[in-house]
Design a binder for this molecule. Structure first.
Ligand code: SF4
Length: 279
């Protein structure tokens, strides 16, 4: 089977192809990179979360509580560019921030964790962003293709151990992608979950060891969709088909009326977050 060099997605096998045995694969350790090799600590120059810096961030965060998302992004770009980046899953909040960054600092590097399991509709947004804003969102891939990964584990791990699958195909990739930056933009809103309710506008991301800026922390879902509608911002067409929250295809289902908007994620498992925004 020939893998597309631009992607780690698995193409359908042709009739004369047989699936080769799994290559010898390194079993990944659960132990993430040490702090010293993570995020801003590995940047050149490194950004170290000293007490003085954390106090400064807390002060700035407080002052930015009444700022607009655009003002927050402008502050972040002034303070951290060119070591400021953004990860996006192309959700409505992420698309809103991309729209703002296109006006404020279109040169900001933006990336997506391409697990190999994303919906085609999600992947199509990369092209829509390019056409609308001229911004090329970079795909970051896990070490193993979907085919290699499922061969290693004797089948899709999302069916039996989604935590491990998310760790290997998202979190580990994100640790790698975060290395060398001082700060990144996050698309979380405080009203999305009790965990997210505690998020500062600006704070130190202990898990990934860099500054996390959340310009939409004080926005509501209505604010986000209001801007999308007003500015005709591209969004995932699955939102019009009963998917309020879109993740990987195997772990996302349509949500029924009256269900929580994240009820369609990892349905059947005691799991509501992939681990990107939890400490
Ligand atoms: S959302 Fe599902 S398919 Fe995607 S990485 Fe997590 S467990 Fe795997």
């Amino acid at each position: 089977m020939v893998l597309n060099p631009q992607s780690n997605r698995v193409p359908a096998p042709s009739a004369d192809e047989t699936v080769k045995p799994a290559p010898t694969l390194q079993v990944l350790s659960d132990d993430p990179a040490s702090d010293a090799t993570r995020g801003a600590l590995a940047a050149d120059p490194p950004l170290v979360p000293t007490d003085a810096m954390l106090e400064e961030l807390a002060r700035e965060s407080q002052q930015l509580e009444s700022a607009t998302p655009q003002e927050i992004l402008r502050w972040a770009v002034d303070r951290f560019a060119p070591k400021f980046t953004m990860a996006t899953a192309f959700g409505p909040e992420g698309m809103t921030i991309i729209h703002m960054l296109a006006e404020i600092a279109p040169e900001t590097p933006i990336f997506n964790l391409e697990t190999g399991y994303q919906f085609e509709e999600t992947l199509a947004l990369r092209e829509k962003v390019k056409q609308r804003y001229g911004i090329e969102v970079e795909f970051k891939y896990p070490e193993l293709s979907v085919e290699q990964y499922e061969q290693l584990h004797g089948g899709p791990l999302y069916k039996t151990d989604p935590n491990r699958c998310c760790y290997d195909r998202k979190i580990r990739v994100l640790h790698e992608a975060a290395r060398g930056w001082h700060a990144w933009a996050s698309a979380i809103r405080r009203d999305q979950s009790p965990d997210r309710a505690k998020a500062p506008i600006v704070g130190w991301d202990r898990k990934f060891q860099l500054v996390k800026v959340s310009p939409l922390a004080n926005w509501t879902k209505k604010d986000v969709w209001g801007l999308i509608s007003k500015e005709d911002i591209p969004y995932n067409e699955l939102h019009d088909k009963g998917y309020p929250s879109v993740g990987c295809q195997p772990c996302t289902r349509v949500v029924q009326i009256g269900e929580d908007e994240r009820a369609g994620r990892w349905s059947g498992f005691q799991k509501t977050e992939c681990g990107l925004h939890t400490s």
